[in-house]
Design a protein around this ligand. Structure first.
Ligand code: ZN
Ligand code: ZN
Length: 455
């Protein structure tokens, strides 16, 4: 990382400033000074970065990433994962606790915070386990974790199957004012499943996970949120039926929030069969690209109907945040039989491109996308200092060329995980620079060549 010329600040001039938290979407200049967004206008002689035609957004916040360290450094480290995040326009990520050891103790939280401070390119906020070792039998020391600085509790990767234990977890989390984040999936209903249950699982001869496996757990969790008054955050919603439960919960005024991933917004189960777009009425011979393990993800890619319901829920503000569920894996984890392959998509570096491509296609509004990457997650975290370009706040922002077309090349990822079903896909909309606390966390060569006074 490098800083703008010492003491002189930086004037970012002529960009389209999109800041949903403050209701702003206009061409405006932005002056950064001492790592913060400055209130006053830039003094004469301030270095200028001309960004006409570019979009300026508050730095993105990802509520759900897997940084894999400690324990799985062959898949990702805090260094490589945060570099990938910076490339994706993120200045804050919340990391899930399914590491080895899992984040179920003060020492484990402190390890992550220390590592992030010394090796991280951006801000890392740890999420602590709900149960000891994520085993689902006994609550973790939630008070100790809260005191150590976790921003929520989750056994992500697994749900908390025991409803009584989940109730207790919610009662504690309420006392600490932190959300419980659940990976909603009935383990008995989804057992052995590797794709969505339906036409594609039948055609491919794979065990399916029905949408109902998600729906029943969403319904249970909402009932427990109502019982306990705890904040419940539903991770990676994938099914239309789940959205209906969320709608009901919000109508009742329950403290329930939800996130959706870029892959569930953009792709369907057809991708596992090698089909892009809607499935043909009659499923013919399988293309060579069928059984692509890079499209194996949990919860699975579902139907076009589910995808449309998720898009509509995001547009309507029912879904609060877009989170990547960045799940990097090694080649070996994915280059095997479909049944044996690991679940997950390396998503940090394609998220902005995927979402802006949906904007380009008219499926989402730009302000909806930016809000779900900034103001929405900041509100969930209770951090008004993040996700907005407020004077006096840390200069966390991202510069985007919404028209730039580019092809996804996993070999170029900063992430160690090259597992993406989007290899070769052409996306429209590219992150050109990510500024974290006034420092350059990522700079695209295209901007570097324009002579940006940044590096
Ligand atoms: Zn999960
Ligand atoms: Zn996850």
């Amino acid at each position: 990382m490098s800083a703008p010329p010492e003491g002189r600040g930086l004037l970012i001039r002529g960009g389209r400033l999109c800041d949903p938290a403050r209701g702003r979407d206009e061409v405006a200049d932005l002056y950064l000074s001492d790592g913060k967004i400055a209130l006053e206008s830039a003094p004469a002689g301030t270095p200028v970065l001309e960004v006409g035609g570019l979009l300026i957004s508050p730095g993105f916040i990802d509520l759900h990433v897997h940084l894999r360290e400690p324990g799985f450094e062959d898949k990702e480290t805090i260094a490589t994962g945060t570099q990938a995040a910076a490339r994706g326009g993120f200045t804050t990520v919340c990391c899930m606790p399914n590491t080895e050891p899992p984040t179920d103790s003060r020492a484990a939280v402190e390890f992550i915070l220390r590592r992030a401070a010394t090796h991280g390119a951006i801000r890392v906020l740890p999420i602590g386990c709900i149960t000891k070792g994520r085993r689902g039998h006994e609550l973790a020391e939630m008070g100790e974790l809260a005191a150590a600085g976790v921003v929520g509790f989750s056994d992500d990767g697994s749900p908390v199957a025991d409803s009584r234990l989940m109730r207790q977890a919610m009662e504690y989390s309420r006392a600490f004012g932190l959300p419980v984040i659940d990976h909603c999936q009935d383990p008995a209903l989804s057992q052995g499943g590797v794709v969505n249950e339906g036409a594609v699982s039948s055609r491919l001869g794979l065990v399916g996970m029905p949408a109902a496996a998600e729906e029943v757990m969403v319904a249970r969790d909402i009932a427990l949120a109502e019982l306990t008054g705890a904040c419940l955050h539903l991770a990676h919603l994938s099914a239309a039926s789940s959205v209906e439960h969320l709608r009901r919960a919000k109508a009742l005024g329950l403290p329930v929030t939800a996130e959706v991933t870029p892959h569930h917004l953009a792709l369907t189960e057809g991708r596992v069969m090698g089909v892009l777009g809607p499935l043909p009425h009659k499923l013919g011979p399988l293309p060579a690209s069928a059984y692509d393990t890079n499209a194996k993800v949990n919860p699975p890619l579902r139907t076009e109907r589910d995808r449309q319901a998720l898009l509509a829920a995001l547009r309507a503000g029912l879904i609060d945040a877009i989170a990547t569920d960045h799940a990097p894996h090694t080649l070996v984890d994915k280059e095997c039989e479909f049944d044996d392959a690991a679940f997950g998509i390396s998503g940090l570096e394609t998220a902005a491109g995927v979402l802006l491509t949906l904007v380009d296609k008219g499926e989402l509004e730009l302000t909806t996308v930016i809000a779900a990457l900034t103001a929405g997650p900041a509100r969930l975290l209770g951090r008004p200092d993040l996700g907005a370009l407020r004077a006096g706040a840390a200069a966390d922002l991202v510069l985007i060329d919404p028209r730039a077309e580019w092809a996804v090349e996993p070999a170029q990822f900063a992430s160690k995980g090259h597992n993406t079903p989007l290899a070769g896909a052409r996306l429209r909309g590219k992150v050109l620079a990510t500024i974290y606390g006034g420092h350059i966390a990522y700079l695209d060569p295209a901007l570097e060549m324009k002579g940006a006074p940044l590096a």
